[in-house]
Design a protein around this ligand. Sequence first.
Ligand SMILES: Nc1ncnc2c1ncn2[C@@H]1O[C@H](COP(=O)(O)OP(=O)(O)OP(=O)(O)O)[C@@H](O)[C@H]1O
Ligand SMILES: CC(C)(CO)[C@@H](O)C(=O)[O-]
Ligand code: BAL
Length: 386
Amino acid sequence: MSFRSLSALPPVFSSLVRTTSIVSRIPPLTSRFLHSRKRAPVIPHTSIQIFREVPEFRIWRRKQLLDHRTIGLVPTMGALHEGHLSLIRMAAAENHNVVVSVYVNPTQFGVHEDLDSYPKTWEKDCEMLKRLDKEIAGDGGNLGKVAAVFAPTTDVMYPSGPPSQEVNGKGSFVTITPAGELLEGASRPTFFRGVATVCMKLFNIVTPEKVYFGQKDVQQTVVIRKMVKDFCLGTDVVVGATQREADGLALSSRNVYLGTRRRKIATVLSKALRVAEAAYGRGCRSRDEILGPANELTKLLLREQYQLEPHERVKFEVDYLSLADLDTMEELDEVDSTRGAILSGAVKMLPVESPQPGEDLGLSDGPAVRLIDNIILKSKQMASSI
Ligand SMILES: Nc1ncnc2c1ncn2[C@@H]1O[C@H](COP(=O)(O)OP(=O)(O)OP(=O)(O)O)[C@@H](O)[C@H]1O
Ligand SMILES: CC(C)(CO)[C@@H](O)C(=O)[O-]
Ligand code: BAL
């Protein structure tokens, strides 16, 4: 694709293309890349192209624009599971081309967090994308397909050099406050700075019409919506429902750290959120009435664990249970039922005591695992529109 083909378009059409806001967001291509004809590698036996560099991706992106093909971006850190696939399905239903980014972003990991051990399952991810693309093609209801994976290196994403993970680190960062300082941001002070920064980069590179995020990371969706609004980014943020295991545990790439013993108790958070939701359903509106039963349940479940022998039990710490505003994530004393609210929580599952010979401790010998989850308390209008 070259500028020649753009100028070869009929005048009305080409001026239409030129005035589209996305065109102005795609930087001009240099002649080196205009003349490059090399096609990106693909996931074997698929047409899903793999891009690792920005210029090659932009050539492909420009062609999609000129062909009037819309792009839906699903940002991920890989280690794909059904939660990711559900977002990709949504994106394929609403866009011609889905781009899945796979990048474990260092700046959202605190210095003592699990950047080095974060699960990396590239081959399996490619296999899952291949199967999903077949499924999408076989389902007549879809507009699009999985067209590309953008899997850059850190040199590509942070061209000025390795980024700082320190709280006071210098660098080109996007910060969204106060939303990014509360709850998850209070426990992980560099987390939302890293997320907003990498998402700003991904949005600038991919220039998607729509971006897809999971409800499981609800505060992330609040931060990203705010970033899109406040930086006047021309993309729509779509949020997909949380996918769960049969017992209610929210799917998460980090669940592989749990191992068998902790996995059984890991439902503590989803159970606590459900009892709080039930209180709201019974007409409770105050913070104490809604969060009280959830706090009681976590205490009861922990007491049960302490009655077991060290080699059987699981210890956990509740970081927070929150009742917060839908747009700002600020804590509420009372839910306005014409608005609804976000119930959310975080629980740290501690490494098991007295591991037994041959016990499945989980990936990397089962470090502490932070679980997060949430439920939206629906407003009367939301409830009646379902
Ligand atoms: N259970 C889920 N249901 C729906 N979306 C999900 C689920 N889990 C993750 N996502 C979404 O997938 C996207 C990519 O998330 P990510 O790659 O970090 O996976 P993750 O499972 O959240 O990993 P982690 O365990 O590191 O939090 C995010 O928008 C996230 O909200
Ligand atoms: C959005 C994201 C891919 C940014 O690295 C990450 O925070 C995630 O996977 O939720
Ligand atoms: N899904 C959120 C990514 C993280 O916890 O780093």
